[in-house]
Design a protein. Structure first.
Length: 190
């Protein structure tokens, strides 16, 4: 089992490093003019490439899962902390959020991550930059964080997760971006 994770990790690093090879396509990330839609698209592209490298189909994008991810990304940016849980209520955990947005028959899983923009980063294994200054670097760092964490990578590679929603939100005060990916199998008929 450990050998498979190490092999998956190496594939992840190689796939993601391919995205950084073409430096002229880097788009500067200006926190004052943050383009969440662009970053979300780049994250999805990198996840699709990672899944393809592992002979897995791309996730289908799902509007309900996207709403649940956007809700939680905004919550994390507002709170300034990383968690899978919100304060008690109708949107407390990933499954509650999916149900809140109409996801009957869904079974939710979730990955969350965060990083600062234009601030010196601690060294992360496989990292090829000192600070995030472009959308491409941000997308790579989010997916690399998930791919180098066994439980997050398991979510990315689970055979029964068919659908996803990815959202990001920026806390402009702290200069941190929060990313949320919500997963589910295709919903069961109720």
């Amino acid at each position: 089992m450990k050998g498979r994770f190490v092999k998956a990790l190496l594939v992840a690093v190689l796939v993601l490093s391919g995205f950084m090879a073409n430096a002229q396509n880097q788009r500067p990330l200006d926190p004052q003019k943050f383009n969440a839609a662009l970053l979300e698209e780049l994250i999805v592209q990198r996840i699709d490439s990672l899944r393809k490298a592992h002979k897995k189909a791309s996730f289908g994008n799902d509007a309900i899962l996207k709403k649940a991810a956007a809700d939680h990304a905004a919550y994390l940016a507002k709170k300034g902390e990383l968690s899978h849980f919100q304060e008690k209520g109708k949107r407390h955990n990933p499954q509650d959020r999916v149900l809140y947005y109409g996801g009957k028959g869904y079974y939710a899983g979730e990955n969350v991550a965060e990083h600062p923009v234009q601030v010196l980063l601690h060294k992360i294994k496989g990292q090829r930059f000192d600070k995030v200054t472009t959308y491409e670097q941000s997308a790579e760092l989010f997916v690399l964080q998930w791919a180098t964490s066994k439980p997050h990578m398991e979510n990315l590679m689970r055979d029964n997760f068919d659908l996803t929603g990815v959202a990001v939100s920026m806390d402009k005060k702290s200069g941190r971006i929060y990313a949320v990916q919500v997963f589910s199998p295709k919903p069961q008929a109720q």
